[in-house]
Design a protein around this ligand. Structure first.
Ligand code: URP
Ligand code: ZN
Ligand code: ZN
Length: 473
């Protein structure tokens, strides 16, 4: 046995993984976990974690940072502020999106996104691709090459004019995923129904933020979810439906699972903690702060989402952090104007609050086991996107990305958060837990009070193939 002390030993932690909760010491050297067990030898530094839960650092597999937007809109968070906020909320790996604009090569989108991230990230990161223009060259050369290089997941959209694919294009792109073993993420909402409803609403002056929810009712998500499943079945390829908001989409996914299809599903905090009323009960513009797609539904749908988290319907729990300010000209008031709902940038911030919301209301609220919490927030996202076991677990050989939890009373106020967005949808909520310490690659990046990381400390990760199977319903 070596007499060289470990860099760091965490003592008497209540270690939580996706399969077990047990008491142990954790030894770390050179940024990696090297031992987990009892009576581990000394470290240069030691942390007493007696009685405290230690989980793997969160993997936020769906967040948007510095994604190019049509002018005048701009995302408030870049790789500096976005990864800082993530670390302070216990997340140690982020997977935002290198988005292809129509007419742009996928490679150009990836190169541009690397430039945006370079030297800025405080925690490790990788990219999903967004495929919006599946030309012959993209399908036969660019996408296969990029998958080969370690960009093994991509998102496709069934809505948004600048991003959406038609069914034939979706089949083409899914065929590439099948041939090369990539994970396809699908934003499932029916674009034509949304456009038709939007026109009807606007023609009678229903333009306030709350009508965003009326323009995207559950059935447009249900129909698109069903269609996405059918297209994937035709190609015989696994898919992951992102940001599932309520019962009717959940039913489609249960049906697919019951038929043996490999359909994975993601949900997000906004579908547990917000409702359509947060978009406004009158025509006030404040509701723009909660405009996102699909929109939050109602209390009954929140229960359906909780049940899906408990019973294994959902594979991953992501933030879908899409950071736009309320004030200023680049966010929810483009050019400083209170615009029609259809012109409000979609998305809400949540990269820092994701884990604490689920830990507090799920684990400490008695709904979720600690193992399930870890599976949804860290292990499964790492497996779905080819990062496991480097990420997503606490085991010898894994990166020393860890969260030590504090329990108590924690009130969410935007001035305590670290993103660059000027609001949080969860303002005033009191939680029962918050990350007391975040370690990324063995270094303390958040100590419960202060943020310590250096810009550029985060490394770009190439991804392997997904290693996940959906349970049969
Ligand atoms: O409204 C949302 N979810 N905005 C972010 C983009 C997306 O579709 O995930
Ligand atoms: Zn989406
Ligand atoms: Zn998103």
């Amino acid at each position: 046995m070596s007499s060289t002390p470990f860099d760091l030993v965490i003592r008497q932690a209540r270690v939580a993984t996706a399969s077990d909760v047990f008491e142990a010491d954790i030894a770390i050297t050179d940024g990696r976990i090297v031992q987990v067990g009892h009576g581990i030898a000394g470290g240069v530094r030691e942390i007493d974690a007696r009685g405290r839960v230690v989980t793997p650092g969160g993997v936020d597999a769906h967040c948007h940072l510095d994604q190019p937007m049509p002018s005048p809109m701009r995302m408030a968070d870049d790789f500096d502020t976005g990864t800082r906020a993530a670390a302070c909320g216990g997340t140690t790996t982020v997977i935002p999106f290198a988005a292809q604009e129509k007419g742009q090569s996928l490679r150009a989108a990836v190169d541009d996104y690397h430039r945006r991230a370079k030297g800025k990230a405080h925690i490790d990161y990788t990219f999903h691709l967004i495929v919006s223009d599946p030309t012959e060259d993209v399908l036969t050369r660019e996408l296969p090459e990029l998958i080969q290089e370690g960009y093994t997941s991509f998102k496709i959209y069934m809505t948004y004019d600048d991003l959406k694919l038609d069914d034939g294009q979706i089949l083409d792109v899914l065929s590439v995923a099948r041939a090369h073993g990539a994970m396809a993420m699908i934003h499932a909402e029916n674009a034509d129904c949304i456009a038709w409803l939007t026109k009807k609403l606007e023609s009678v002056g229903r333009t306030a933020p709350r009508f965003h929810a009326h323009s995207r009712p559950m059935l447009v998500e249900r129909e698109a979810t069903h269609r996405a499943i059918a297209l994937a079945e035709l190609v015989d390829v696994p898919i992951l439906i992102v940001h599932v908001s309520g019962r009717e989409a959940v039913e489609q996914i249960r049906w697919a699972r019951a038929h043996g299809l490999q359909v994975f599903a993601e949900t997000c905090p906004q579908y547990l903690f917000l409702t359509a009323e947060d978009l406004g009960i009158d025509d006030s513009y404040q509701g723009a702060s909660c405009v996102c797609s699909p929109p939050p539904r109602d209390k009954k749908n929140q229960e359906v989402i909780w049940n899906g988290l408990i019973d294994g319907l959902f594979t991953v729990f992501s933030s879908d952090h899409a950071p736009f300010c309320m004030d200023g000209t680049e966010g929810k008031r483009p050019d400083g104007q209170e615009v029609k709902f259809s012109h409000i940038p979609n998305g809400i911030p949540g990269i820092e609050t994701r884990l604490a919301l689920l830990y507090s209301e799920g684990v400490l609220g008695g709904r979720l086991t600690l193992e399930k919490f870890v599976e949804l927030t860290s292990t499964n996202p790492a497996k779905a996107y080819g990062l496991h076991p480097r990420k997503g677990t606490i085991a010898p050989g894994s990166d020393a990305d860890l969260v030590i939890w504090d329990e108590g009373e924690f009130k969410i106020t935007n001035d305590r958060l670290h993103h660059a967005v000027d609001y949080t949808p969860y303002e005033g909520m009191t939680l029962k837990a918050w990350p007391g310490l975040t370690l990324a690659g063995g270094e303390v990046v958040w100590d419960g009070r202060d943020f310590h990381a250096r810009s550029g400390q985060g490394r770009f990760l190439t991804c392997g193939k997904p290693t996940l199977r959906a349970p049969r319903a």
